[in-house]
Design a protein around this ligand. Structure first.
Ligand code: ADP
Ligand code: MG
Length: 499
């Protein structure tokens, strides 16, 4: 692959060294497990967490004479993903054998795509941030290719004192390998890129993105250079299965390479392993030990061919993707770009938002979802899936403010109660006596009391009308926040005789 440098060095992203600034160059190979009921070339199921070797057909176990049969759904998923990445879809692609020996690979080769992948060049827009000023920056990351391949099984070394076992449940499961161009320039950019890829695939329903189940993992290529200079020699860290670890591996690796180069050394091209416990990378194998995979087209499989109409039909059915939804949230609901980014960042959050926003003011729904719900989830370390306040409950709280039943302040308390104890917000307002007092008689009484108790403040407020706000605050306090603030304001001003 010929590497094209697409970006000018950005001072914000440079790392200072003893000999001047350094620029980090990052390219990722992401392995994404395709959502499909059965494997890429067999009818065996793909569900996670099955008993070892429960999901293994004779094809996956590579019994003699077994032949692969392509699973059309996996092909469609790869095309959908390619479309989501705004990539070129290749109407003809070829499956190759990548030959190597490993105990978890009974065929003795992996069926993959080498010279002619199903998807070619594309691009992903990634929002990086927020920075210290709270700003996001949009950058474009090039996609080199996406190809389909089989996953391998898993050796299990901890089941028996003297023997290793193998679990072939994953053997033959369809993966999409998505190769980026070396377009990323910091750990934050790489993390944002993987997050965005995952989000796009979740919207598309082509990969569940569950990194702790191994559905998404990344090989991370890192090199460093003096800004604007030639690309340096890269090291590749294999199979990292958390976004946080991807960031840690990049930062550690860049510093390691800079230290070697500043010491007058050279970087050896090698495959390294990231150890999350130690937070460091170490050598696995050098370029010299690299495999020669003896790729050749798999004689058991015809080239994969379809026509443009096939692709177009899939394109028509594609769901709306986060970038498009974000534009719509800004244009149609008047949300800020920042709020819209947060809502589309996670499909589960977006789905929740739409439920809350249905038939209500979009901005109010966004404020409650972002500030109150996501804020509380963050504080308690919960995900949106674990929220104690449902979309229906949050919607009901917003309705109660809208129809004047409760004030905005009481709504915050009501949200707390629903969060901690559950229940129907409307009933809670009744049973806990949270209803806003709009009865002017009651409010008037409270205003009179505060005025009578504070003659000195009354003098001051008459001289300086802005001090009327103090009385409003006192009345709200006296009524437990339940008085209608507009009514209190009007009455205070009238009684003080200020405008
Ligand atoms: P291979 O298949 O041997 O790993 P590729 O040429 O397909 O090699 O590149 C793999 C990944 O490495 C790509 O994501 C690419 O962007 C990235 N890459 C290539 N050169 C560099 C470099 N100098 N620094 C960082 N990443 C790089
Ligand atoms: Mg590689």
């Amino acid at each position: 692959m010929s590497i094209v440098d697409t970006r000018t060095p950005d001072p914000k992203r440079l790392i200072p060294g003893a000999t001047g600034d350094w620029e980090i160059i990052i390219g990722l190979e992401v392995h994404a497990q395709v959502i499909s009921k059965s494997k890429l070339f067999s009818g065996a199921p793909t569900n996670f967490g099955a008993e070892p070797n429960a999901n293994v057909s004779l094809v996956d176990a590579a019994m003699p004479g077994m032949l692969p049969v392509i699973n059309e759904e996996c092909v469609k998923q790869a095309i959908r993903t390619g479309l989501g990445l705004k990539a070129e879809i290749n109407l003809k692609s070829v499956f190759d054998r990548k030959n190597y020996f490993y105990p978890d690979l009974p065929q003795g080769y992996q069926i993959s795509q080498f010279k002619q992948p199903i998807v070619g060049e594309g691009k992903v827009v990634v929002s990086v941030g927020p920075d210290r000023q709270g700003n996001f920056e949009d950058i474009e990351i090039g996609i080199e290719r996406l190809h389909l391949e089989q996953d391998a099984g898993k050796s299990m070394h901890d089941q028996h004192p003297t023997m290793s076992y193998v679990d072939l449940n994953r053997s033959g499961v369809a993966l999409m390998e998505i190769v980026s161009k070396p377009d990323m320039r910091s750990a934050d950019e790489a993390k944002a890129y993987v997050t965005k890829l995952r989000s796009i695939m979740r919207y598309l329903g082509t990969c569940d993105g569950n990194m702790d189940e191994g559905s998404l993992r990344a090989d991370v290529n890192v090199s460093v250079r003096k800004p604007g200079g030639d690309f340096g020699t890269r090291c590749e860290m294999k199979n990292i299965n958390s976004i946080r670890f991807i960031g840690q591996a990049i930062d550690y690796e860049a510093r390691r390479q800079i230290a070697i180069l500043e010491d007058g050394g050279t970087i050896a091209q090698e495959t390294r392993l990231f150890d999350p416990a130690k937070g460091e990378t170490r050598s696995m194998r050098s370029k010299e030990e690299a495999h020669d995979y003896r790729y050749f087209p798999d004689p058991d499989l015809l080239p994969l061919e379809f026509d443009q109409a096939y692709v177009d039909a899939l394109a028509v059915d594609l769901p709306e993707l986060p970038d498009e939804i974000k534009k719509r949230l800004v244009a149609e609901l008047g949300l800020s770009a920042y709020d819209a980014s947060i809502i589309v960042s996670d499909k589960a959050i977006a789905d929740f938002f739409w439920q809350v926003a249905a038939g209500r003011d979009g901005k109010a729904a966004a404020n409650w979802v972002i500030n109150d719900l996501l804020g509380a989830l963050n504080r308690t370390g919960k995900t949106i899936e674990e929220t104690p306040v449902s979309a229906a409950q949050l919607g009901a709280v917003i309705d109660l403010i809208k129809d004047g039943t409760i004030s905005g302040k009481i709504a915050k308390d009501l949200f707390e109660i629903v969060w901690n104890e559950g229940g129907d917000p409307k009933e809670l307002v009744e049973s806990r006596g949270l209803k806003q007092v709009t009865d002017t008689g009651a409010i008037e009484k409270a205003v009179d009391e505060v005025i009578a108790a504070n003659p000195d403040k009354v003098e001051q407020a008459r001289a300086k009308p802005t001090l009327a706000g103090w009385f409003v605050g006192q009345v709200m306090k006296a009524t437990g926040g339940k008085a209608n603030p507009q009514a209190v304001n009007a009455l205070v001003k009238a009684k003080l005789g200020v405008e």
